[in-house]
Design a protein around this ligand. Structure first.
Ligand SMILES: Cc1cc2nc3c(=O)[nH]c(=O)nc-3n(C[C@H](O)[C@H](O)[C@H](O)COP(=O)(O)O)c2cc1C
Length: 350
Protein backbone atom coordinates (compact mmCIF):
# COMPACT_ATOMS: atom_id res chain seq x y z
CA UNK A 1 0.00 0.00 0.00
CA UNK A 2 0.90 3.65 -0.40
CA UNK A 3 0.75 6.68 1.84
CA UNK A 4 0.66 9.49 -0.68
CA UNK A 5 3.70 8.91 -2.91
CA UNK A 6 5.35 6.45 -0.50
CA UNK A 7 5.07 2.77 -1.36
CA UNK A 8 5.41 0.65 1.78
CA UNK A 9 7.10 -2.78 1.70
CA UNK A 10 4.39 -4.53 3.70
CA UNK A 11 1.29 -3.97 5.83
CA UNK A 12 2.78 -4.61 9.31
CA UNK A 13 3.41 -1.32 11.09
CA UNK A 14 4.94 -0.49 14.45
CA UNK A 15 2.64 1.75 16.51
CA UNK A 16 3.83 5.06 17.92
CA UNK A 17 4.62 4.60 21.62
CA UNK A 18 6.00 7.53 23.57
CA UNK A 19 9.08 6.49 25.49
CA UNK A 20 9.41 3.31 23.41
CA UNK A 21 9.43 3.89 19.64
CA UNK A 22 12.39 6.24 19.57
CA UNK A 23 14.60 6.28 16.49
CA UNK A 24 16.78 3.28 17.50
CA UNK A 25 13.72 1.12 18.17
CA UNK A 26 11.93 2.22 14.99
CA UNK A 27 15.04 1.44 12.97
CA UNK A 28 15.30 -1.98 14.58
CA UNK A 29 11.65 -2.75 13.82
CA UNK A 30 12.09 -1.68 10.21
CA UNK A 31 15.22 -3.81 9.92
CA UNK A 32 13.25 -6.76 11.27
CA UNK A 33 10.38 -6.41 8.85
CA UNK A 34 8.10 -3.55 9.93
CA UNK A 35 6.72 -1.93 6.79
CA UNK A 36 6.25 1.45 8.44
CA UNK A 37 6.95 3.29 11.69
CA UNK A 38 5.68 6.52 13.20
CA UNK A 39 7.64 8.60 15.67
CA UNK A 40 6.68 9.06 19.29
CA UNK A 41 4.32 12.01 19.55
CA UNK A 42 5.85 15.47 19.46
CA UNK A 43 4.19 18.32 21.26
CA UNK A 44 2.74 21.22 19.29
CA UNK A 45 3.95 23.64 21.97
CA UNK A 46 6.81 25.66 20.42
CA UNK A 47 8.22 26.51 23.87
CA UNK A 48 9.03 22.80 24.26
CA UNK A 49 10.58 22.17 20.83
CA UNK A 50 14.06 22.92 22.05
CA UNK A 51 13.94 20.78 25.19
CA UNK A 52 16.26 17.75 25.11
CA UNK A 53 13.25 15.40 24.95
CA UNK A 54 11.59 17.01 21.93
CA UNK A 55 14.92 17.65 20.17
CA UNK A 56 15.69 13.94 20.52
CA UNK A 57 12.26 12.95 19.25
CA UNK A 58 12.68 15.24 16.22
CA UNK A 59 16.08 13.78 15.34
CA UNK A 60 15.70 11.50 12.34
CA UNK A 61 19.38 11.24 11.38
CA UNK A 62 20.02 8.07 9.41
CA UNK A 63 16.41 6.84 9.65
CA UNK A 64 15.04 4.77 6.79
CA UNK A 65 12.17 6.61 5.13
CA UNK A 66 9.44 7.45 4.89
CA UNK A 67 9.92 9.49 8.04
CA UNK A 68 6.57 9.87 9.76
CA UNK A 69 6.19 12.22 12.70
CA UNK A 70 3.21 12.28 15.00
CA UNK A 71 2.10 15.59 16.47
CA UNK A 72 -0.15 16.16 19.48
CA UNK A 73 -1.99 19.28 20.55
CA UNK A 74 -5.31 21.06 20.83
CA UNK A 75 -4.94 24.33 18.89
CA UNK A 76 -5.33 24.28 15.08
CA UNK A 77 -2.77 27.06 14.55
CA UNK A 78 -0.16 25.49 16.84
CA UNK A 79 -0.72 22.10 15.25
CA UNK A 80 -0.23 23.51 11.76
CA UNK A 81 2.94 25.29 12.90
CA UNK A 82 4.16 22.06 14.49
CA UNK A 83 3.55 20.25 11.21
CA UNK A 84 5.60 22.85 9.30
CA UNK A 85 8.37 22.75 11.91
CA UNK A 86 8.62 18.97 11.75
CA UNK A 87 8.63 18.97 7.96
CA UNK A 88 11.59 21.35 8.18
CA UNK A 89 13.23 18.80 10.52
CA UNK A 90 12.80 16.01 7.95
CA UNK A 91 9.25 14.67 8.38
CA UNK A 92 7.85 13.24 5.13
CA UNK A 93 4.47 12.28 6.59
CA UNK A 94 2.60 14.02 9.43
CA UNK A 95 0.37 11.95 11.70
CA UNK A 96 -2.18 13.64 13.96
CA UNK A 97 -2.61 12.03 17.37
CA UNK A 98 -6.27 11.51 18.27
CA UNK A 99 -5.58 8.11 19.76
CA UNK A 100 -3.57 8.55 22.89
CA UNK A 101 -5.56 8.57 26.14
CA UNK A 102 -3.08 10.17 28.46
CA UNK A 103 -1.63 13.36 27.10
CA UNK A 104 -2.33 16.79 28.47
CA UNK A 105 -1.14 19.62 26.20
CA UNK A 106 -1.56 23.31 27.02
CA UNK A 107 -3.62 22.29 30.06
CA UNK A 108 -6.17 20.68 27.78
CA UNK A 109 -6.61 17.04 26.95
CA UNK A 110 -5.23 16.26 23.53
CA UNK A 111 -4.99 12.89 21.76
CA UNK A 112 -8.18 10.87 21.86
CA UNK A 113 -9.93 13.50 23.98
CA UNK A 114 -10.29 15.48 20.76
CA UNK A 115 -12.77 12.89 19.52
CA UNK A 116 -15.30 14.42 21.94
CA UNK A 117 -15.18 17.72 20.08
CA UNK A 118 -15.55 16.82 16.41
CA UNK A 119 -15.65 20.45 15.27
CA UNK A 120 -12.31 21.19 16.92
CA UNK A 121 -10.88 17.89 15.69
CA UNK A 122 -11.83 18.85 12.16
CA UNK A 123 -10.38 22.36 12.48
CA UNK A 124 -7.09 20.80 13.54
CA UNK A 125 -7.14 18.35 10.64
CA UNK A 126 -7.95 21.10 8.12
CA UNK A 127 -5.23 23.40 9.46
CA UNK A 128 -2.59 20.66 9.37
CA UNK A 129 -3.64 19.44 5.92
CA UNK A 130 -3.46 23.00 4.52
CA UNK A 131 0.14 23.45 5.66
CA UNK A 132 1.20 19.96 4.59
CA UNK A 133 -0.52 20.05 1.19
CA UNK A 134 1.44 23.17 0.33
CA UNK A 135 4.60 21.14 0.97
CA UNK A 136 3.30 17.94 -0.72
CA UNK A 137 3.41 16.07 2.61
CA UNK A 138 0.63 13.53 3.29
CA UNK A 139 -1.33 13.77 6.54
CA UNK A 140 -2.56 10.71 8.42
CA UNK A 141 -4.76 10.38 11.49
CA UNK A 142 -4.63 7.99 14.43
CA UNK A 143 -7.74 7.67 16.55
CA UNK A 144 -9.79 5.42 18.78
CA UNK A 145 -13.31 4.07 18.23
CA UNK A 146 -14.77 7.06 20.04
CA UNK A 147 -14.98 8.90 23.30
CA UNK A 148 -16.74 6.18 25.29
CA UNK A 149 -18.48 2.92 24.40
CA UNK A 150 -21.82 4.74 23.90
CA UNK A 151 -20.23 7.48 21.78
CA UNK A 152 -18.37 5.69 19.02
CA UNK A 153 -17.93 8.40 16.41
CA UNK A 154 -14.92 6.95 14.57
CA UNK A 155 -16.88 6.50 11.33
CA UNK A 156 -18.16 10.08 11.24
CA UNK A 157 -14.74 11.48 12.12
CA UNK A 158 -12.98 9.27 9.57
CA UNK A 159 -15.34 10.41 6.81
CA UNK A 160 -14.86 14.06 7.74
CA UNK A 161 -11.08 13.55 7.90
CA UNK A 162 -11.07 11.93 4.48
CA UNK A 163 -13.07 14.83 3.01
CA UNK A 164 -10.53 17.19 4.60
CA UNK A 165 -7.66 15.43 2.82
CA UNK A 166 -6.30 12.89 5.32
CA UNK A 167 -4.61 10.05 3.42
CA UNK A 168 -4.59 7.17 5.93
CA UNK A 169 -6.55 6.45 9.09
CA UNK A 170 -5.46 4.19 11.94
CA UNK A 171 -8.07 3.05 14.44
CA UNK A 172 -7.25 1.54 17.84
CA UNK A 173 -10.23 -0.64 18.68
CA UNK A 174 -10.91 0.90 22.08
CA UNK A 175 -12.74 4.01 23.20
CA UNK A 176 -10.88 6.76 24.99
CA UNK A 177 -12.67 5.96 28.23
CA UNK A 178 -11.45 2.37 28.10
CA UNK A 179 -7.79 3.33 28.32
CA UNK A 180 -6.12 -0.06 27.83
CA UNK A 181 -8.74 -2.05 29.70
CA UNK A 182 -10.87 -4.78 28.21
CA UNK A 183 -10.42 -6.15 24.72
CA UNK A 184 -10.03 -4.19 21.52
CA UNK A 185 -13.08 -4.58 19.27
CA UNK A 186 -12.79 -4.71 15.52
CA UNK A 187 -16.38 -4.06 14.36
CA UNK A 188 -15.89 -0.30 14.50
CA UNK A 189 -12.64 -0.62 12.55
CA UNK A 190 -14.48 -2.66 9.91
CA UNK A 191 -17.18 0.04 9.77
CA UNK A 192 -14.53 2.73 9.26
CA UNK A 193 -12.92 0.68 6.51
CA UNK A 194 -16.28 0.30 4.77
CA UNK A 195 -16.98 4.03 5.04
CA UNK A 196 -13.82 5.55 3.54
CA UNK A 197 -11.64 5.06 0.47
CA UNK A 198 -8.26 5.96 2.02
CA UNK A 199 -6.23 3.10 3.57
CA UNK A 200 -7.33 2.04 7.05
CA UNK A 201 -5.00 0.51 9.61
CA UNK A 202 -6.34 -1.74 12.39
CA UNK A 203 -4.73 -1.53 15.81
CA UNK A 204 -5.22 -3.02 19.26
CA UNK A 205 -4.21 -6.28 20.93
CA UNK A 206 -2.60 -7.77 17.81
CA UNK A 207 0.14 -9.95 19.23
CA UNK A 208 0.75 -12.85 16.83
CA UNK A 209 0.88 -13.59 13.11
CA UNK A 210 -2.41 -15.50 13.39
CA UNK A 211 -4.11 -12.58 15.13
CA UNK A 212 -2.78 -10.16 12.50
CA UNK A 213 -4.29 -12.25 9.71
CA UNK A 214 -7.56 -12.66 11.59
CA UNK A 215 -7.91 -8.91 12.25
CA UNK A 216 -7.12 -8.11 8.63
CA UNK A 217 -9.77 -10.59 7.53
CA UNK A 218 -12.55 -9.36 9.83
CA UNK A 219 -11.87 -5.65 9.32
CA UNK A 220 -10.68 -5.77 5.68
CA UNK A 221 -8.10 -3.23 6.88
CA UNK A 222 -5.22 -2.43 4.56
CA UNK A 223 -2.64 -2.90 7.31
CA UNK A 224 -2.24 -3.66 11.00
CA UNK A 225 -0.31 -1.70 13.61
CA UNK A 226 1.43 -3.43 16.49
CA UNK A 227 2.39 -1.69 19.71
CA UNK A 228 2.95 -3.58 22.95
CA UNK A 229 3.56 -6.94 21.32
CA UNK A 230 6.64 -5.48 19.61
CA UNK A 231 8.20 -4.47 22.93
CA UNK A 232 11.16 -6.78 23.44
CA UNK A 233 10.12 -8.66 20.33
CA UNK A 234 10.77 -6.46 17.32
CA UNK A 235 11.15 -9.51 15.09
CA UNK A 236 7.35 -10.00 15.31
CA UNK A 237 7.03 -8.05 12.04
CA UNK A 238 8.99 -10.53 9.97
CA UNK A 239 7.04 -13.35 11.64
CA UNK A 240 3.81 -11.69 10.51
CA UNK A 241 5.07 -11.00 6.98
CA UNK A 242 6.24 -14.60 6.64
CA UNK A 243 2.95 -16.02 7.92
CA UNK A 244 0.94 -13.80 5.59
CA UNK A 245 3.06 -14.81 2.59
CA UNK A 246 3.32 -18.56 3.29
CA UNK A 247 0.68 -19.54 5.86
CA UNK A 248 3.43 -21.12 7.98
CA UNK A 249 5.05 -19.89 11.18
CA UNK A 250 8.71 -18.94 11.19
CA UNK A 251 10.92 -20.82 13.62
CA UNK A 252 11.73 -18.84 16.77
CA UNK A 253 14.86 -16.73 16.27
CA UNK A 254 18.27 -17.96 17.29
CA UNK A 255 19.43 -16.76 20.71
CA UNK A 256 22.70 -15.69 19.08
CA UNK A 257 20.83 -13.42 16.66
CA UNK A 258 18.78 -11.81 19.43
CA UNK A 259 21.93 -11.26 21.49
CA UNK A 260 23.51 -9.47 18.55
CA UNK A 261 20.49 -7.29 17.82
CA UNK A 262 19.96 -6.43 21.50
CA UNK A 263 23.59 -5.37 21.79
CA UNK A 264 23.33 -3.23 18.65
CA UNK A 265 20.04 -1.78 19.88
CA UNK A 266 21.72 -0.75 23.14
CA UNK A 267 24.65 0.83 21.29
CA UNK A 268 22.24 2.92 19.17
CA UNK A 269 20.23 3.76 22.27
CA UNK A 270 23.27 5.08 24.19
CA UNK A 271 24.35 7.05 21.11
CA UNK A 272 21.00 8.87 21.06
CA UNK A 273 20.48 9.39 24.80
CA UNK A 274 24.03 9.67 26.08
CA UNK A 275 25.45 7.43 28.80
CA UNK A 276 23.63 8.76 31.87
CA UNK A 277 20.10 8.75 30.47
CA UNK A 278 20.84 5.90 28.06
CA UNK A 279 21.69 3.31 30.70
CA UNK A 280 18.53 4.15 32.61
CA UNK A 281 16.08 4.33 29.69
CA UNK A 282 17.53 1.13 28.18
CA UNK A 283 16.38 -0.84 31.23
CA UNK A 284 12.77 -1.07 30.06
CA UNK A 285 13.83 -2.45 26.67
CA UNK A 286 16.13 -5.00 28.31
CA UNK A 287 13.33 -5.93 30.71
CA UNK A 288 11.03 -6.60 27.75
CA UNK A 289 13.67 -8.66 25.92
CA UNK A 290 14.17 -10.99 28.88
CA UNK A 291 10.65 -10.87 30.35
CA UNK A 292 9.56 -14.41 29.44
CA UNK A 293 13.01 -15.99 29.22
CA UNK A 294 14.37 -18.44 31.80
CA UNK A 295 16.09 -16.41 34.53
CA UNK A 296 14.68 -13.20 33.05
CA UNK A 297 13.04 -11.90 36.24
CA UNK A 298 16.23 -12.31 38.32
CA UNK A 299 18.32 -10.79 35.59
CA UNK A 300 16.00 -7.81 35.30
CA UNK A 301 16.27 -7.11 39.03
CA UNK A 302 20.10 -7.31 38.94
CA UNK A 303 20.36 -5.30 35.74
CA UNK A 304 18.29 -2.46 37.21
CA UNK A 305 21.13 -1.83 39.68
CA UNK A 306 23.72 -1.31 36.93
CA UNK A 307 24.33 2.33 36.03
CA UNK A 308 27.21 1.99 33.59
CA UNK A 309 26.63 1.43 29.85
CA UNK A 310 29.55 -0.94 29.35
CA UNK A 311 28.55 -3.06 32.32
CA UNK A 312 24.96 -3.08 31.16
CA UNK A 313 25.78 -4.22 27.64
CA UNK A 314 28.17 -6.90 28.96
CA UNK A 315 25.51 -8.16 31.36
CA UNK A 316 23.01 -8.44 28.50
CA UNK A 317 25.51 -10.25 26.27
CA UNK A 318 26.37 -12.64 29.13
CA UNK A 319 22.68 -13.29 29.80
CA UNK A 320 22.11 -14.37 26.19
CA UNK A 321 25.33 -16.42 26.16
CA UNK A 322 24.08 -18.33 29.22
CA UNK A 323 20.70 -18.81 27.59
CA UNK A 324 22.46 -20.14 24.51
CA UNK A 325 23.96 -22.88 26.68
CA UNK A 326 20.40 -24.04 27.45
CA UNK A 327 18.78 -23.58 24.05
CA UNK A 328 19.74 -22.25 20.66
CA UNK A 329 16.32 -20.68 19.97
CA UNK A 330 14.30 -18.10 21.90
CA UNK A 331 11.67 -20.02 23.85
CA UNK A 332 7.99 -19.12 24.19
CA UNK A 333 5.97 -16.13 23.15
CA UNK A 334 5.64 -12.80 24.86
CA UNK A 335 2.05 -11.97 25.70
CA UNK A 336 0.69 -8.45 26.18
CA UNK A 337 1.18 -7.11 29.67
CA UNK A 338 -1.86 -6.58 31.85
CA UNK A 339 -4.00 -3.49 31.45
CA UNK A 340 -2.70 -2.15 34.75
CA UNK A 341 0.87 -2.43 33.61
CA UNK A 342 0.01 -0.57 30.39
CA UNK A 343 -1.69 2.26 32.29
CA UNK A 344 1.44 2.55 34.43
CA UNK A 345 3.62 2.63 31.31
CA UNK A 346 1.53 5.40 29.79
CA UNK A 347 1.86 7.50 32.93
CA UNK A 348 5.61 7.18 33.04
CA UNK A 349 6.45 7.47 29.37
CA UNK A 350 4.17 10.07 27.75
C1 LIG B 1 3.86 3.08 26.33
C2 LIG B 1 2.88 3.50 25.28
C3 LIG B 1 3.00 4.74 24.68
C4 LIG B 1 2.11 5.15 23.68
N1 LIG B 1 2.29 6.35 23.07
C5 LIG B 1 1.49 6.69 22.03
C6 LIG B 1 1.75 7.87 21.26
O1 LIG B 1 2.70 8.61 21.51
N2 LIG B 1 0.88 8.16 20.26
C7 LIG B 1 -0.19 7.36 19.95
O2 LIG B 1 -0.93 7.67 19.01
N3 LIG B 1 -0.44 6.23 20.63
C8 LIG B 1 0.38 5.88 21.65
N4 LIG B 1 0.18 4.70 22.29
C9 LIG B 1 -0.90 3.79 21.82
C10 LIG B 1 -0.36 2.78 20.79
O3 LIG B 1 0.08 3.42 19.61
C11 LIG B 1 -1.45 1.76 20.41
O4 LIG B 1 -2.52 2.45 19.83
C12 LIG B 1 -1.94 0.96 21.60
O5 LIG B 1 -0.87 0.52 22.41
C13 LIG B 1 -2.77 -0.25 21.16
O6 LIG B 1 -2.00 -1.12 20.36
P1 LIG B 1 -1.36 -2.50 20.96
O7 LIG B 1 -2.48 -3.27 21.58
O8 LIG B 1 -0.77 -3.17 19.76
O9 LIG B 1 -0.35 -2.09 21.98
C14 LIG B 1 1.04 4.28 23.30
C15 LIG B 1 0.93 3.03 23.91
C16 LIG B 1 1.83 2.62 24.88
C17 LIG B 1 1.67 1.26 25.52
Amino acid sequence: MNIGPYLLPNQFFVAPMAGVTDRPFRQLCKKLGAGYAVSEMLTSRPDLWHTPKTTRRANHAGETGPIAVQIAGTEPLLMSEAAAYNIDQGAQIIDINMGCPAKKVCNKWAGSALMQDEALALHIIEAVVAVCAARAVPVTLKMRTGWCPSHRNAVALAQAAERAGVQMITVHGRSREQGYRGQAEYDTIAAVKAAVRVPVVANGDIDSPEKARQVMAVTQADAVMIGRAAQGRPWIFREMAHFMATGTLLAAPLVAEIKQLAVEHLQDHYALYGDFLGVRTARKHIGWYVKTLPGGADFRARMNLIDDCRQQITAVADFFDSLNELTDRIPGRIQNASANEEEKQMETTT
